[in-house]
Design a protein around this ligand. Structure first.
Ligand SMILES: *Cc1c(COP(=O)(O)O)cnc(C)c1O
Length: 347
Protein backbone atom coordinates (compact mmCIF):
# COMPACT_ATOMS: atom_id res chain seq x y z
CA UNK A 1 0.00 0.00 0.00
CA UNK A 2 1.28 3.50 -0.81
CA UNK A 3 1.93 5.85 2.13
CA UNK A 4 -0.67 8.46 3.04
CA UNK A 5 0.09 12.12 2.30
CA UNK A 6 -0.58 14.11 5.51
CA UNK A 7 -0.67 17.42 3.60
CA UNK A 8 -3.88 16.57 1.72
CA UNK A 9 -7.24 18.02 2.81
CA UNK A 10 -9.93 15.61 4.05
CA UNK A 11 -12.27 16.61 1.23
CA UNK A 12 -10.82 18.15 -1.91
CA UNK A 13 -13.38 19.80 -4.19
CA UNK A 14 -10.86 21.99 -6.05
CA UNK A 15 -10.69 19.77 -9.13
CA UNK A 16 -11.26 16.26 -10.45
CA UNK A 17 -7.50 16.16 -11.15
CA UNK A 18 -6.70 15.58 -7.45
CA UNK A 19 -7.63 11.87 -7.43
CA UNK A 20 -4.98 9.31 -6.51
CA UNK A 21 -4.68 5.83 -8.01
CA UNK A 22 -6.48 3.08 -6.11
CA UNK A 23 -4.64 -0.13 -5.13
CA UNK A 24 -6.34 -1.94 -8.05
CA UNK A 25 -5.11 0.70 -10.51
CA UNK A 26 -1.59 0.55 -9.04
CA UNK A 27 -1.64 -3.23 -9.43
CA UNK A 28 -2.53 -2.85 -13.11
CA UNK A 29 0.30 -0.30 -13.49
CA UNK A 30 3.10 -2.35 -12.04
CA UNK A 31 2.03 -5.45 -13.95
CA UNK A 32 2.07 -3.67 -17.35
CA UNK A 33 4.44 -4.90 -20.09
CA UNK A 34 6.46 -1.87 -21.25
CA UNK A 35 9.08 -0.84 -23.82
CA UNK A 36 10.56 2.32 -25.30
CA UNK A 37 7.63 4.28 -26.74
CA UNK A 38 9.84 6.51 -28.93
CA UNK A 39 10.83 3.26 -30.68
CA UNK A 40 7.09 2.41 -30.73
CA UNK A 41 7.87 -0.66 -28.63
CA UNK A 42 5.58 -0.12 -25.65
CA UNK A 43 2.70 -2.60 -25.99
CA UNK A 44 0.64 -1.01 -23.22
CA UNK A 45 0.81 2.47 -24.76
CA UNK A 46 -0.22 0.96 -28.08
CA UNK A 47 -3.14 -0.88 -26.46
CA UNK A 48 -4.35 2.33 -24.81
CA UNK A 49 -4.07 4.36 -28.03
CA UNK A 50 -5.93 1.71 -30.02
CA UNK A 51 -8.64 1.21 -27.39
CA UNK A 52 -9.32 4.93 -27.06
CA UNK A 53 -9.41 5.48 -30.84
CA UNK A 54 -11.79 2.54 -31.38
CA UNK A 55 -14.10 3.77 -28.66
CA UNK A 56 -14.57 7.12 -30.45
CA UNK A 57 -14.72 5.75 -34.00
CA UNK A 58 -11.33 7.19 -35.03
CA UNK A 59 -8.29 5.39 -36.49
CA UNK A 60 -5.41 6.22 -34.21
CA UNK A 61 -4.35 7.70 -30.88
CA UNK A 62 -1.39 9.49 -29.32
CA UNK A 63 -0.79 9.25 -25.57
CA UNK A 64 0.53 12.50 -24.04
CA UNK A 65 1.28 13.81 -20.54
CA UNK A 66 -1.47 16.44 -20.46
CA UNK A 67 -4.64 17.75 -22.07
CA UNK A 68 -2.92 21.05 -22.75
CA UNK A 69 -0.37 19.15 -24.84
CA UNK A 70 -2.97 17.13 -26.79
CA UNK A 71 -5.04 20.26 -27.53
CA UNK A 72 -2.06 22.36 -28.57
CA UNK A 73 -0.59 19.60 -30.75
CA UNK A 74 -3.95 19.21 -32.49
CA UNK A 75 -4.31 22.94 -33.09
CA UNK A 76 -0.80 23.13 -34.51
CA UNK A 77 -1.42 20.13 -36.78
CA UNK A 78 -4.68 21.61 -38.10
CA UNK A 79 -3.38 25.15 -38.77
CA UNK A 80 -0.41 27.13 -40.07
CA UNK A 81 0.70 30.67 -39.15
CA UNK A 82 -1.82 33.30 -40.37
CA UNK A 83 -4.69 30.86 -39.71
CA UNK A 84 -7.57 31.55 -37.38
CA UNK A 85 -9.20 29.22 -34.85
CA UNK A 86 -12.87 29.69 -33.91
CA UNK A 87 -13.64 28.96 -30.25
CA UNK A 88 -15.75 30.14 -27.35
CA UNK A 89 -14.30 33.07 -25.38
CA UNK A 90 -13.91 31.01 -22.18
CA UNK A 91 -12.61 27.87 -23.96
CA UNK A 92 -9.80 26.11 -22.11
CA UNK A 93 -7.66 26.13 -25.29
CA UNK A 94 -7.77 29.94 -25.27
CA UNK A 95 -8.12 30.95 -21.62
CA UNK A 96 -6.08 28.38 -19.70
CA UNK A 97 -3.34 27.17 -22.02
CA UNK A 98 -0.95 30.10 -21.59
CA UNK A 99 -1.73 31.65 -24.97
CA UNK A 100 -0.38 28.50 -26.60
CA UNK A 101 -2.37 29.03 -29.81
CA UNK A 102 -0.27 32.14 -30.52
CA UNK A 103 2.96 30.65 -29.17
CA UNK A 104 2.92 27.21 -30.81
CA UNK A 105 0.82 27.80 -33.91
CA UNK A 106 1.19 31.52 -34.74
CA UNK A 107 -2.57 31.49 -35.27
CA UNK A 108 -5.23 34.05 -34.43
CA UNK A 109 -8.45 33.27 -32.53
CA UNK A 110 -12.05 34.32 -33.24
CA UNK A 111 -13.71 34.37 -29.82
CA UNK A 112 -17.46 33.85 -29.60
CA UNK A 113 -19.75 34.29 -26.58
CA UNK A 114 -21.63 31.04 -25.99
CA UNK A 115 -24.40 29.86 -23.69
CA UNK A 116 -22.41 28.39 -20.79
CA UNK A 117 -19.63 27.74 -23.29
CA UNK A 118 -21.83 26.27 -26.02
CA UNK A 119 -21.76 27.76 -29.52
CA UNK A 120 -24.40 27.52 -32.23
CA UNK A 121 -23.89 26.65 -35.90
CA UNK A 122 -25.13 30.14 -36.91
CA UNK A 123 -22.52 31.79 -34.66
CA UNK A 124 -19.75 29.65 -36.10
CA UNK A 125 -20.82 30.29 -39.68
CA UNK A 126 -20.93 34.06 -39.11
CA UNK A 127 -17.37 33.99 -37.72
CA UNK A 128 -15.81 32.36 -40.79
CA UNK A 129 -13.62 34.93 -42.57
CA UNK A 130 -14.32 35.71 -46.20
CA UNK A 131 -11.38 35.55 -48.63
CA UNK A 132 -9.63 38.91 -48.23
CA UNK A 133 -5.92 39.79 -48.00
CA UNK A 134 -6.52 41.63 -44.70
CA UNK A 135 -7.85 38.60 -42.84
CA UNK A 136 -6.35 35.46 -41.35
CA UNK A 137 -7.66 32.26 -42.93
CA UNK A 138 -10.24 30.40 -40.84
CA UNK A 139 -9.02 26.81 -40.53
CA UNK A 140 -10.37 25.21 -37.39
CA UNK A 141 -13.37 25.09 -35.07
CA UNK A 142 -12.65 23.99 -31.47
CA UNK A 143 -15.50 22.86 -29.23
CA UNK A 144 -15.29 21.83 -25.55
CA UNK A 145 -17.61 19.14 -24.11
CA UNK A 146 -18.34 19.27 -21.23
CA UNK A 147 -17.50 22.94 -20.89
CA UNK A 148 -15.36 23.71 -17.86
CA UNK A 149 -16.01 27.43 -17.42
CA UNK A 150 -19.65 26.82 -18.35
CA UNK A 151 -20.00 24.65 -15.23
CA UNK A 152 -19.83 21.22 -16.87
CA UNK A 153 -22.45 22.02 -19.51
CA UNK A 154 -23.06 19.48 -22.30
CA UNK A 155 -23.73 19.97 -25.99
CA UNK A 156 -26.86 18.36 -27.43
CA UNK A 157 -26.04 15.99 -30.29
CA UNK A 158 -28.03 18.11 -32.77
CA UNK A 159 -26.17 21.34 -31.94
CA UNK A 160 -22.79 19.63 -32.21
CA UNK A 161 -23.70 17.92 -35.49
CA UNK A 162 -24.97 21.22 -36.94
CA UNK A 163 -21.68 22.97 -36.10
CA UNK A 164 -19.75 20.06 -37.56
CA UNK A 165 -21.83 20.29 -40.75
CA UNK A 166 -21.13 24.02 -41.16
CA UNK A 167 -17.40 23.45 -40.57
CA UNK A 168 -17.29 20.64 -43.11
CA UNK A 169 -19.16 22.71 -45.72
CA UNK A 170 -16.54 25.47 -45.37
CA UNK A 171 -13.58 23.08 -45.38
CA UNK A 172 -12.69 23.71 -41.73
CA UNK A 173 -11.17 21.12 -39.42
CA UNK A 174 -13.10 20.20 -36.24
CA UNK A 175 -11.36 19.57 -32.92
CA UNK A 176 -13.05 18.56 -29.68
CA UNK A 177 -11.48 19.35 -26.31
CA UNK A 178 -12.95 16.34 -24.55
CA UNK A 179 -11.14 16.71 -21.22
CA UNK A 180 -14.50 15.69 -19.66
CA UNK A 181 -16.07 13.92 -22.64
CA UNK A 182 -16.98 10.88 -20.53
CA UNK A 183 -18.99 13.09 -18.18
CA UNK A 184 -20.91 14.33 -21.24
CA UNK A 185 -21.46 10.79 -22.54
CA UNK A 186 -22.74 9.51 -19.19
CA UNK A 187 -25.00 12.57 -18.67
CA UNK A 188 -26.55 12.61 -22.16
CA UNK A 189 -26.48 8.95 -23.21
CA UNK A 190 -24.72 9.90 -26.48
CA UNK A 191 -22.62 7.14 -28.09
CA UNK A 192 -18.87 7.66 -28.13
CA UNK A 193 -18.52 5.82 -31.49
CA UNK A 194 -20.60 8.55 -33.18
CA UNK A 195 -18.08 11.25 -32.27
CA UNK A 196 -15.59 10.12 -34.91
CA UNK A 197 -18.05 11.21 -37.62
CA UNK A 198 -18.43 14.66 -36.08
CA UNK A 199 -14.81 15.57 -35.24
CA UNK A 200 -11.47 15.22 -37.04
CA UNK A 201 -9.63 15.11 -33.72
CA UNK A 202 -10.59 14.59 -30.09
CA UNK A 203 -8.56 15.13 -26.92
CA UNK A 204 -9.63 12.76 -24.14
CA UNK A 205 -8.38 13.16 -20.56
CA UNK A 206 -7.65 10.15 -18.34
CA UNK A 207 -6.51 12.05 -15.25
CA UNK A 208 -9.68 13.98 -14.41
CA UNK A 209 -12.88 12.15 -13.51
CA UNK A 210 -11.48 8.82 -14.68
CA UNK A 211 -8.88 8.85 -11.91
CA UNK A 212 -5.62 8.02 -13.72
CA UNK A 213 -2.59 9.85 -12.29
CA UNK A 214 -1.36 11.29 -15.62
CA UNK A 215 -2.34 11.49 -19.25
CA UNK A 216 -4.54 12.46 -22.16
CA UNK A 217 -4.97 10.78 -25.53
CA UNK A 218 -5.29 12.64 -28.83
CA UNK A 219 -7.41 10.81 -31.42
CA UNK A 220 -7.67 11.24 -35.19
CA UNK A 221 -6.90 9.66 -38.54
CA UNK A 222 -3.67 7.68 -38.99
CA UNK A 223 -2.09 10.42 -41.12
CA UNK A 224 -3.11 13.14 -38.66
CA UNK A 225 -1.68 11.25 -35.67
CA UNK A 226 1.58 10.62 -37.56
CA UNK A 227 1.93 14.39 -38.04
CA UNK A 228 1.04 14.96 -34.37
CA UNK A 229 3.74 12.53 -33.25
CA UNK A 230 6.42 14.81 -34.75
CA UNK A 231 4.89 17.84 -33.00
CA UNK A 232 4.83 15.96 -29.68
CA UNK A 233 8.51 15.11 -30.21
CA UNK A 234 9.56 18.73 -30.86
CA UNK A 235 7.73 19.73 -27.67
CA UNK A 236 9.87 17.20 -25.77
CA UNK A 237 6.92 14.86 -25.30
CA UNK A 238 8.45 11.69 -26.76
CA UNK A 239 8.58 9.37 -23.79
CA UNK A 240 9.94 5.98 -22.96
CA UNK A 241 8.36 3.29 -20.70
CA UNK A 242 5.13 5.26 -20.55
CA UNK A 243 3.21 1.97 -20.47
CA UNK A 244 3.08 2.16 -16.68
CA UNK A 245 0.99 5.31 -17.07
CA UNK A 246 -0.95 3.94 -20.03
CA UNK A 247 -1.92 0.94 -17.88
CA UNK A 248 -3.58 3.32 -15.43
CA UNK A 249 -5.44 4.90 -18.36
CA UNK A 250 -6.61 1.51 -19.63
CA UNK A 251 -7.75 0.58 -16.14
CA UNK A 252 -9.64 3.89 -15.91
CA UNK A 253 -11.36 3.37 -19.29
CA UNK A 254 -12.42 -0.13 -18.31
CA UNK A 255 -13.55 0.58 -14.74
CA UNK A 256 -14.22 4.25 -14.03
CA UNK A 257 -16.57 5.51 -16.75
CA UNK A 258 -20.02 4.34 -15.60
CA UNK A 259 -19.40 5.48 -12.03
CA UNK A 260 -19.26 9.12 -13.23
CA UNK A 261 -23.06 9.03 -12.74
CA UNK A 262 -22.35 8.95 -8.97
CA UNK A 263 -20.29 12.15 -9.27
CA UNK A 264 -23.18 13.79 -11.15
CA UNK A 265 -25.70 12.70 -8.52
CA UNK A 266 -23.49 14.11 -5.74
CA UNK A 267 -23.02 17.38 -7.64
CA UNK A 268 -26.81 17.72 -7.98
CA UNK A 269 -27.23 17.07 -4.25
CA UNK A 270 -24.62 19.72 -3.37
CA UNK A 271 -26.28 22.22 -5.73
CA UNK A 272 -29.64 21.62 -4.02
CA UNK A 273 -28.06 22.16 -0.59
CA UNK A 274 -26.27 25.32 -1.77
CA UNK A 275 -29.56 26.77 -3.05
CA UNK A 276 -30.95 26.58 0.52
CA UNK A 277 -28.14 28.69 2.00
CA UNK A 278 -28.97 32.36 2.63
CA UNK A 279 -25.47 33.48 1.58
CA UNK A 280 -25.70 31.82 -1.87
CA UNK A 281 -27.04 34.15 -4.58
CA UNK A 282 -27.05 31.81 -7.58
CA UNK A 283 -26.14 28.21 -8.52
CA UNK A 284 -25.61 27.16 -12.15
CA UNK A 285 -27.62 24.00 -12.76
CA UNK A 286 -24.95 21.26 -12.62
CA UNK A 287 -25.36 19.10 -15.72
CA UNK A 288 -22.41 16.91 -14.70
CA UNK A 289 -19.76 17.07 -11.92
CA UNK A 290 -19.00 20.81 -11.72
CA UNK A 291 -21.01 23.03 -9.36
CA UNK A 292 -20.43 26.74 -9.94
CA UNK A 293 -22.17 29.20 -7.63
CA UNK A 294 -22.11 32.86 -6.63
CA UNK A 295 -22.07 34.19 -3.07
CA UNK A 296 -24.05 37.26 -2.06
CA UNK A 297 -21.89 40.39 -1.84
CA UNK A 298 -22.36 40.34 1.95
CA UNK A 299 -20.46 36.99 2.13
CA UNK A 300 -16.79 37.55 1.19
CA UNK A 301 -15.48 34.62 -0.90
CA UNK A 302 -12.17 34.44 0.98
CA UNK A 303 -14.01 34.08 4.32
CA UNK A 304 -16.28 31.39 2.86
CA UNK A 305 -13.32 29.36 1.57
CA UNK A 306 -11.46 29.80 4.89
CA UNK A 307 -14.51 28.57 6.85
CA UNK A 308 -14.65 25.44 4.67
CA UNK A 309 -10.91 24.90 4.98
CA UNK A 310 -11.20 25.03 8.77
CA UNK A 311 -13.44 21.94 8.37
CA UNK A 312 -10.87 20.22 6.12
CA UNK A 313 -12.73 21.02 2.89
CA UNK A 314 -11.02 22.73 -0.02
CA UNK A 315 -12.72 24.40 -2.99
CA UNK A 316 -11.63 26.99 -5.56
CA UNK A 317 -12.47 30.57 -6.27
CA UNK A 318 -13.78 31.02 -9.81
CA UNK A 319 -13.86 34.80 -10.20
CA UNK A 320 -15.08 37.44 -7.73
CA UNK A 321 -17.81 35.90 -5.50
CA UNK A 322 -17.88 32.75 -7.68
CA UNK A 323 -16.86 29.35 -6.24
CA UNK A 324 -16.45 25.96 -7.92
CA UNK A 325 -17.04 22.57 -6.29
CA UNK A 326 -15.95 19.50 -8.28
CA UNK A 327 -17.10 15.98 -7.42
CA UNK A 328 -14.89 13.04 -8.38
CA UNK A 329 -13.70 9.51 -7.58
CA UNK A 330 -12.31 10.54 -4.17
CA UNK A 331 -15.52 12.25 -2.93
CA UNK A 332 -18.02 9.80 -1.39
CA UNK A 333 -21.48 10.20 0.16
CA UNK A 334 -20.07 10.55 3.70
CA UNK A 335 -17.93 13.45 2.48
CA UNK A 336 -20.97 15.08 0.85
CA UNK A 337 -22.76 14.89 4.22
CA UNK A 338 -19.73 16.48 5.86
CA UNK A 339 -19.74 19.32 3.29
CA UNK A 340 -23.46 19.87 3.90
CA UNK A 341 -22.88 20.14 7.66
CA UNK A 342 -20.07 22.65 7.08
CA UNK A 343 -22.28 24.72 4.74
CA UNK A 344 -25.06 24.82 7.35
CA UNK A 345 -22.60 26.01 9.99
CA UNK A 346 -21.52 28.96 7.84
CA UNK A 347 -25.11 30.26 7.69
C1 LIG B 1 -8.08 20.34 -17.55
C2 LIG B 1 -8.51 20.70 -18.91
C3 LIG B 1 -7.61 20.68 -19.98
C4 LIG B 1 -6.11 20.49 -19.83
O1 LIG B 1 -5.70 19.41 -19.17
P1 LIG B 1 -4.27 19.33 -18.43
O2 LIG B 1 -4.04 17.89 -18.41
O3 LIG B 1 -4.49 19.96 -17.10
O4 LIG B 1 -3.29 20.08 -19.27
C5 LIG B 1 -8.09 20.95 -21.24
N1 LIG B 1 -9.39 21.25 -21.42
C6 LIG B 1 -10.28 21.30 -20.43
C7 LIG B 1 -11.70 21.60 -20.73
C8 LIG B 1 -9.88 21.04 -19.13
O5 LIG B 1 -10.76 21.11 -18.14
Amino acid sequence: MPAENPKLPLVDLRSDTVTRPTPAMLTAMWAAPVGDDVYEEDPTVRRLEEAAAARFGLEAGLFCPSGTMTNQIAIKAHTEPLSEVICEQTAHVYLWEVGGIAFHSGASVALLAGDRGRLTAAQVEAAIRPENVHYPTTRLVCLENTHNRGGGSCYSWDDMAAISEVAKRHGLARHLDGARIFNALVATGQRSEDYGQTFDSISVCLSKGLGAPVGSVLLGSKAFIQKCKRIRKVMGGGWRQAGYLAAAGLYALENNVDRLADDHRRAARLAATLRLQPYVAEVLNPETNLVIFRLHDTQPAAGFLAALEAQGIMASSFGPQWIRFVTHLDVDDAMVARIEAALAEIS
